[in-house]
Design a binder for this molecule. Sequence first.
Ligand code: ADP
Ligand code: MG
Length: 702
Amino acid sequence: MMNDLNKFFYPKSIAVIGASSKPGTLGYELLGNLIKFGYNGKLFPVNPKADAIHSIKSYKSLTEIKDDVDLAVIMLGKHLVLTAIDDCHKKKVKAVIVITAGFREVGEEGVTLEQELMKKIRKYKMNLVGPNCMGIINTKKGVLMNGTFIKGTPVAGGIGFVSQSGALGASVLKIIEKYDIGFSQFLSIGNKADISENETIEYWKENPDVNVITAYLESFSDPKKFLEICKDVTKKKPVIAIKAAKTSAGMKAASSHTGALASADTVAETLFEQSGVIRVNSVEDMFNLAKAFDRAKLPSGKRVAVLTNAGGPAILTVDEAANCGLEIAELSGETQKKLREIVVPEASVQNPVDLLPPATAEVYKKAAEIILSDDNVDAGILILGPPLMFDTVEITKYICEAANHSGKCAIVVVMSQDEIIADVAKQMPMHPPLFNSPEKAAWAISEMYRYKLRSESPDGKVKKFSVNTKGVRSIIGKYKQDGCYLDFNDVYDILNHYRMPIIETRISKNVQQSVYDANKIGFPVVAKVFGRELVHKSDVGGVALNIQDEEELINVESRIIAGLKDKGLDTKLEGFILQPFAKIEDGVETILGAVKDSKAGHLLMFGLGGIFVEVFKDVKFKIAPLTDADAKSVIRSIKSYEILKGVRGKKSVDVEFIEENILKLSQLVTDFPEFTEIDLNPFVFSPNSKKSRILDARIKLR
Ligand code: ADP
Ligand code: MG
């Protein structure tokens, strides 16, 4: 039952517990909205003191109602809510919406009350929306439920909207007419004690009344689940979301490079990107895009044609289209010839096609038809600047007809006349998306095109490499202390157990043994300080590169020891790390790492490494476990991808080998969630995978 929200969205009967006959109260407004909007089921106001509210019979208590009740909406004072839940149980109500506020959102006392509420909900096997929410809407004919207390009438359409903020939901419902936003279903999830964005989005996946899903979020209830659900849902229908940036508590304390490079917004950004959810930054963008998805076909390609009666808007549109990655369609000779026959001589018949102000409704419509039927055109932006001498509503309707008949993606832009949009929308229920900004139309088409490409791309797979997990397990067993970095020799072993190419390394106890090790490795060598508390080795002057012979090695190590003494760190020195001096040559220094967020789990990071990592911040994150498609995408989405592919005559590094190592690291943190931070930095990738090497690595435990 967990994700069957039918009882919420399609109830046959609703009890309004706390209905009130006092105008201005929530209990009065909500019941009034249900009646005004024409709810098709049975309504049962419950109020111990009233006989009738809004002229329908009212009940003293829930149990007095003889009929079955599908949905209970509770809007009592917060201390009466728990008893009402008991009544719901007696009445066998399974779906409950608690509008009442004063729970988790008010602090400690409210938290306790919410916990008690949830105990009952679980015990009675009910589902709860809220508390502290604004209600529910379903505009479908035959349901017509406006179970909110908001002023303003919902307009029907194909958009599902789930909102964590009640106030935002209310403000949206106020602008729907102006922006021509057609809702099919709306749910205010409030404190989301039980039903959250996850259950709602999952439910809408299979719901035929919802074409596009929109969400306003302030937090993720369960980021991992969000990722899993949205990855699946976005294959079937678009999901568009707004999320206010918030610091992720889980990563604040990170001390690795990877941790430092993760910003407050990284989890949200990564979740959206990886799940295919389109993120927008304003309510206006969210609903512009949603209505484009709802009312227009997906563009089959990225070639867009612009029709206009004024030059300025067309230029802006073309610029924005190019900015967003669209192409300006080249109209065929035949299209241009056909256009020439109907337009005034001064008009331009090349894309953007400018009909000039005298264009009549008939000319506009024909021109739109001609353009949209050109095989070189995948999508059309049909702009109507304020015409001086014609009825704009009439022209707009003509243009809309052409768009509707084209069978292609088309957006109609009516500039600087919002009232016209509302008029046309009312007169023509099956209209294409109506925008007031041509640039937004271009942007929307580009998002739709990206969505189409993405939904067609094959699902990635999580690969499993054969590795030595036992070896790693026994290393972890040695560490009793929490929050510490592993010794370099253990890091070395772990990477070997996962068959990742850590450079040959020997650990020596003293200078004398270093000389022996260096000879085994072969000069030139690199010497670095070894010590559990000397994790950032360069910072303490503890890295010496390109050491040519024994004499130099002895000098260098003595100098390092003296340097540590000056800093009072000599007691931390446990020995030296010796490695061959790796020539970077045609390799590229990258950083590959992982950091754990308390809610989202491990985020893997890949990007350009070297000493400027934190200056350029050219890194990308993905949530583990990564699929092969995720690994491919993370590599290709960093700006320095060009560098990996070889610039100025350099050969491309072995990109597949990068992929393999990203996936292995993903497997490592998935197998061992106790690793909270990992930096493989630098990880030098070369054209030849055999020459690719990890030169330094850090792993932090728990
Ligand atoms: P830190 O603890 O300061 O990060 P590293 O081991 O990463 O120490 O060494 C600092 C830098 O020295 C690396 O970023 C890399 O550029 C260079 N380096 C480290 N090891 C080698 C090596 N074996 N061969 C060549 N260069 C190296
Ligand atoms: Mg390093």
